[in-house]
Design a protein. Structure first.
Lengths: 235, 235
């Protein structure tokens, strides 16, 4: 498998390129609009054909590159059926396998950060978006977030995997690039094995987070797969 | 590629099994609930793993086996996003490629028989459901059917293919099992090259067809992927 992790520093977002060595078919997970030229160059460098752009959820902090890439390369946008992005070309649900050459990505429904969150499990690694971050997790106070549901999602769909499964998150703000199921069960400050569901709900309710910086631009744009609406004209 | 065509005589429905010889992954197109044991036996005989059941549309004449197969074998149900079957596990749109081992099925949106009709193009063959039948086509007087739209779909998405592409339809009532793009362009009584869009709309408007025999059972069941609701109990 061809694999590459990208980092966009303004919003500390990770994007992942996965491709089949034999068929040269590729997917990108959680792209950022401003970084599209980098993805295009990386694909061209290895003569890869982008088949799908996958979204772990409708992001509130950055604009997806899905629509740009669709226009440039003919890739198709994949998102959960209930994420509120009917612009998606392929709407998925829990348990669906996306197969691209030798890649086999199992969709795991992990709501809680948003109602439409999914993780992609590829056998030895899982791409958790903002559901599970290294040492923490995404906030649960917007987009139909729900702390109890997030706790249940993480335990049923991620912590049920083997300890050595690699965690690739949607963001990191502390210089980490990956973790593992075992590490997070042991060390995650909010969701580790020493935290009960009640502990977690209490922690999340006391976070007092600022209003998300880019949400008013990012959310409507991402509900349209990254097409940013032009400013409304005066009548 | 492993390939098998099934025929269900009560509703003259064709079902297709396609599988990758190497990975043993399989798909079924347009299953019929009463025939599920035959599909299960055919899959077992060749040690195949059913990944997806594909629907060319929400059928009005027979009940799909999608839900039965999902329960028995863990397969996922694939249907067009706008077909009115939100029970689908994977909702697709025009141009999406479904890749299963060496199989690559391109979704071609062909509305007109119903608003949610799609065909599946596999390089040398296309599965046209009820959009294009051998010598004819599906009716256009139910489920948001539209004769002009069906004419446009057939011409843009099917007759634009090479003449030797094989047509595998959703039904045949005359003992045929396949045709080709070239044959249909030459000989289709409603849609052949000698018929204009206006001719076709006129032909369809004058058909005087009977009310579909099974529509009142089949339609609600298929909107739920084949789960037949138990009769309502008296209060």
């Amino acid at each position: 498998m061809i694999f590459k992790q990208f980092f966009e520093p303004d919003t500390s977002t990770f994007t992942y390129l996965l491709a089949c060595e034999k068929t040269k078919q590729a997917v990108l997970i959680d792209t950022v609009e401003s970084e599209v030229p980098k993805y295009v160059a990386a694909l061209a460098e290895q003569d890869l054909k982008l088949v799908y752009t996958l979204e772990t959820h409708v992001h509130a902090d950055h604009v997806t590159g899905a629509d740009s890439l669709r226009q440039k390369l003919g890739s198709k946008s994949v998102v959960h059926r209930d994420a509120g992005a009917m612009c998606g070309d392929l709407l998925v649900t829990d348990g669906v396998h996306l197969i691209v050459g030798s890649l086999d990505l199992e969709v795991r429904y992990t709501p809680g950060h948003t109602i439409g969150c999914i993780s992609f499990f590829a056998g030895d690694r899982i791409f958790t978006g903002d559901s599970l971050l290294i040492g923490g997790c995404g906030r649960t106070d917007f987009q139909q977030g729900n702390s109890g549901q997030l706790y249940d999602s993480i335990h049923a769909q991620i912590f049920s995997l083997a300890d050595d499964v690699i965690i690739y998150p949607g963001h990191d703000y502390n210089g980490n690039t990956q973790s593992s199921v075992g590490n997070e069960r042991k060390n995650n400050k909010r969701l580790g094995d020493n935290r009960s569901r009640e502990d977690f709900i209490k922690i999340m309710s006391e976070l007092k987070l600022a209003y998300p910086k880019y949400i008013d631009v990012a959310l409507p744009a991402n509900q349209a797969c990254g097409r940013i609406a032009p400013p409304a004209q005066a009548a």
